[in-house]
Ligand binder design. Structure first.
Ligand code: ATP
Ligand code: MG
Length: 188
């Protein structure tokens, strides 16, 4: 059968977007990872920084290696903060998040990346592991052409204000509440 080539759409003008994915439903991190996967198809360079969940294994921590070297992942979080029997001090969590902010700033300003993803940054901000002016500073000073994606529940109004595309993922049902334990590849 004759193959019909797929048309590649090239935007007339490249705009570096601020994309915010928030809300209480499932699909924030995986949406951001989906954009990394999509961008990798064009050989675009993507840097993902995971805040908050460094102690919890999730498949993307290894899965993303399959997209290396175009997509790179930095894990800076110290696991859940303040819940799930967590006994680490606020200072330890804050230090990890601050390490993440340094990596974020360096990589955003490096000019090496087309997309930077700050996963769970909204939660880190709410827990005061990072400061509002740090997050708004990253957004306001990013290179014009760079796409910046921020995920996590409870996005700050100042972050929402700066977003070009802002999505709230709404929780309608979650298997967890039916007593079904988290499933590999879907939930982690
Ligand atoms: P995902 O990583 O699956 O895209 P997410 O980033 O939107 O999820 P998080 O708040 O980071 O959501 O939580 C990640 C984990 O918590 C996943 O295992 C996900 O299935 C689960 N989860 C997300 N929303 C809910 C919910 N409303 N109730 C219970 N578990 C949830
Ligand atoms: Mg998430």
């Amino acid at each position: 059968m004759e193959k019909i080539p797929l048309k590649i759409l090239e935007p007339g003008k490249k705009v570096g977007l601020v994309v915010v994915i928030t809300g209480d439903g499932k699909g924030k991190t995986t949406s951001a990872l989906g954009m990394a996967l999509r961008a990798a198809g064009y050989g675009m360079k993507v840097c993902i920084i995971l805040f908050m969940k460094g102690d919890m294994y999730s498949g993307e921590m290894d899965g993303i290696k399959r997209l290396s070297p175009d997509v790179e992942l930095h894990i800076t979080g110290k696991g859940f903060c303040g819940i799930m029997g967590d006994c680490k001090s606020f200072e330890e969590h804050r230090k990890s998040a601050q390490d993440g902010m340094r990596i974020a700033k360096d990589n955003i300003l490096s000019g090496k990346f087309d997309i930077v993803i700050l996963d769970e940054i909204n939660n880190a901000l709410k827990l005061e592991l990072v400061d509002l002016r740090q997050v708004t500073g990253l957004i306001d000073n990013k290179p014009e052409g760079l796409h910046l994606i921020l995920t996590g529940r409870g996005a700050h109004p100042e972050v929402i204000k700066r977003g070009h595309t802002v999505t709230e993922v709404k929780d309608i049902k979650h298997a967890f509440r039916e007593g079904i334990e988290p499933q590999k590849g879907i939930d982690y």
